[in-house]
Design a protein around this ligand. Structure first.
Ligand SMILES: *[C@@H]1O[C@H](CO)[C@@H](O)[C@H](O)[C@H]1NC(C)=O
Ligand SMILES: *[C@@H]1O[C@H](CO)[C@@H](O)[C@H](O)[C@H]1NC(C)=O
Ligand SMILES: *[C@@H]1O[C@H](CO)[C@@H](O)[C@H](O)[C@H]1NC(C)=O
Ligand SMILES: *[C@@H]1O[C@H](CO)[C@@H](O)[C@H](O)[C@H]1NC(C)=O
Ligand SMILES: *[C@@H]1O[C@H](CO)[C@@H](O)[C@H](O)[C@H]1NC(C)=O
Ligand SMILES: *[C@@H]1O[C@H](CO)[C@@H](O)[C@H](O)[C@H]1NC(C)=O
Length: 573
């Protein structure tokens, strides 16, 4: 055996002895070189990377090492840094005339790099064999902070804060520091809604490193799934580019077991000169090409469509409803589902939807209001056992969605859409550490006079939020009333009592069964986290003709913890 083994020999220049026609330059080929002792080099004529047992380092691109001497490089890990995958072998699993597919094997599964000869970057995917039950599973780059000083997501762009700023600040909670001027530094500022991403990554004047994930069916969770995307590593200063392919950063308890063969990706890891417009162009190209015809995987290629029309039981079309194709007959919320493949869409004005390129299988179809003309709808729609067959469209025709009688509504504050949108300070950015602390302790909302912008996106401070409403009569037909305190998120540590005309009828406080803490308000989420619709029976006798009130009285508080409001509704039943 030689010092190293060249798995794919670089093509030799094609020389012709005949008359010098067009001089053809040697086309640089993609390669895998085995250096022995669990060290390999992969790449092509444009870039290459040295892969060790766990970490991919020495990312050579545009004449420099873009990981550098101090950053960690590329790796795959689950459930935090304790479990970085360890590669036991590497091989070219497949190849074509201008590409190779390099497979790195770990006991949990295989990580692939599909390297085209002329591509700055590579397509990557992971095939599960034996991952444990997990919440977090990610691939990532920890890169040179001089080459990549800036971060970019669809909602945030700019310099990553310098490591020196962290050193000068005081740690106040999980990855969050307070600076001398009172402002905060936190990696969670760089979170975003994963299913809204186009291209994101880290970049500088010379180079950019991007993730472009056109298909998003391998992610867990629904439309409102948020994740950390890029950040400054607070211990080492690395520029971090995350690919959270299964994540729980804003959820309560998403934890899944995966079947042997579950595949994440392929997505594109893309290198360029740092240009965002070029990365955007590449996103458009990849989005058009998805699902990738070059990916010769039977299950991946086996896809169909689902269409239907959602009509509310009061005759209205479910205009703009959020539509989710997920697990069939599941006890989990749409946010918590994550073992398989998931698709999201929105219905049109007529309540019609079509979801294409769905992997064949049996799904549950879920829908809920997303504001607009159905912002009053407190119920969700579910239909199980929806079968998607290869190259066929499953026409579900008209789907009847049972809603409560609108004429029985006493009041509603805010759209029932699983988010805090519309309330004061829910935006413009959906993330800001500590914004919830600025919400008032006491607030009075007068039905008929106040508007949703007088209510705040989140509640944490001691005091009472009072809803005043008048009743002209108590309907004979009503047996009781029902109060919905619909929460867009909830982080335990703050408690409130719910009172109707000074009588306690319920509470908002952590509960192992009914209200499990999610990691949203304290990580600066201001629009969504994990949605929970709490419902309370209100005795008819508690309500009276004339002025009435509902109080949400915070009796215990923990800094930055509390809940995000979706909607408050009272109706007769
Ligand atoms: C093999 O790699 C290990 C760990 O990186 C190192 O300690 C050892 O010296 C290497 N052995 C050889 C023969 O290069
Ligand atoms: C990796 O790239 C560097 C810089 O372009 C080059 O010098 C080196 O030979 C490449 N390594 C391999 C194995 O091709
Ligand atoms: C980059 O990383 C180095 C090495 O850890 C660190 O000393 C430096 O402060 C970091 N730079 C920035 C801008 O954070
Ligand atoms: C995953 O599998 C383990 C072992 O088979 C089982 O105990 C656990 O309940 C499963 N978890 C989930 C979330 O399905
Ligand atoms: C809220 O109102 C109560 C009772 O009027 C008062 O004691 C408390 O100081 C108020 N809290 C704030 C934060 O204004
Ligand atoms: C809060 O409400 C839940 C659900 O109704 C109930 O089980 C629990 O006992 C209540 N806790 C308190 C402290 O009132």
């Amino acid at each position: 055996m030689g010092l190293f083994h060249i798995a794919t020999v670089a093509a030799l220049a094609v020389c012709s002895t005949a008359a010098p026609a067009e001089p053809r330059a040697a086309k640089p080929k993609s390669f895998l070189k085995d250096l022995g002792n669990s060290t390999w080099i992969i790449g092509n004529g444009i870039w290459n990377m040295t892969q060790g047992r766990q970490y991919g380092v020495k990312l050579m691109y545009k004449g420099k090492d873009r990981v550098g001497p101090t950053a960690t490089g590329h790796y795959v890990s689950y459930n935090g840094a304790a479990s970085d995958l360890s590669w036991t072998s590497a091989a070219i699993a497949d190849s074509g005339k201008d590409w190779i597919n390099v497979k790195f094997t770990a006991k949990e599964g295989d990580f692939h790099w599909v390297i085209y000869d002329d591509l700055a970057g590579a397509y990557q995917y992971f095939v599960n064999h034996a991952l444990p039950t997990l919440g977090e599973f990610r691939t990532l780059w920890r890169l040179s902070n001089t080459s990549f000083p800036n971060g970019h997501t669809n909602i945030k762009d700019g310099a990553l804060p310098a490591l020196s700023e962290y050193a000068a600040a005081t740690n106040v909670q999980d990855e969050t520091w307070q600076k001398a001027d009172g402002t905060f530094l936190t990696k969670y500022d760089w979170a975003a809604f994963v299913r809204e991403q186009t291209y994101y990554g880290v970049y500088g004047d010379e180079v950019g490193s991007w993730y472009i994930n056109p298909g998003k069916d391998y992610y867990n969770g629904d439309h409102l799934k948020q994740e950390l995307m890029v950040h400054r590593e607070s211990k080492t200063g690395d520029a971090v580019q995350l690919n959270m392919i299964h994540g729980t950063h804003y959820l309560a308890r998403s934890s899944d077991n995966f079947t042997d063969g579950k595949t994440w990706g392929p997505w594109l890891w893309y290198l360029n000169d740092g240009s965002k417009s070029d990365a955007k162009k590449r996103w458009k190209k990849e989005d058009k090409a998805w699902p990738y015809s070059w990916f010769k995987d039977t299950a991946y290629q086996s896809r169909g469509s689902v269409s239907g029309k959602l009509i509310l039981s009061d005759g209205r079309p479910a205009a703009g409803a959020a539509v989710f194709l997920g697990d069939s007959n599941s006890a989990l919320s749409t946010a918590d589902q994550g073992k398989d493949y998931y698709y999201t869409a929105y219905a049109d004005k007529q309540g019609k939807f079509e979801i294409d390129d769905v992997r064949t299988g049996t799904y549950g179809l879920y829908a809920w209001g997303n504001g607009g003309s159905i912002a009053d709808v407190t119920t969700s729609f579910v239909k199980n056992d929806v079968v998607v067959a290869k190259e066929k469209t499953t026409h579900l025709k008209t789907l009847d969605w049972t809603v409560t009688d609108k004429s029985k509504r006493i009041f509603q504050i805010g759209d029932f859409d699983r988010t805090s949108r519309g309330f004061a300070h829910s935006g413009p950015t959906p993330f800001e550490h500590g914004r919830i602390s600025n919400a008032p302790g006491n607030l009075t909302y007068t039905v008929g006079e106040s508007s949703p912008s007088d209510w705040y996106f989140g509640q944490t401070n001691l005091g009472t939020w009072s809803i005043k409403f008048g009743l002209e009569s108590i309907p004979e037909s009503a047996t009781a009333a029902k109060l919905y305190t619909s929460l867009a998120g909830f982080s335990q540590g703050t408690k409130s009592n719910i009172l109707v005309n000074d009588k306690k009828i319920g509470n908002i406080s952590s509960n192992a069964v009914l209200l499990v803490s999610s990691q949203d308000t304290y990580r600066g989420a201001t629009q969504a986290g994990e949605w929970r619709n709490l419902q309370w029976d209100v005795n008819k006798e508690l309500l009276k003709v004339g002025e009435n009130k509902v109080d949400i009285a915070v009796i215990e508080t923990t800094r930055w913890r509390g809940w995000l409001w979706d909607s408050v509704v009272l109706e007769w039943v």
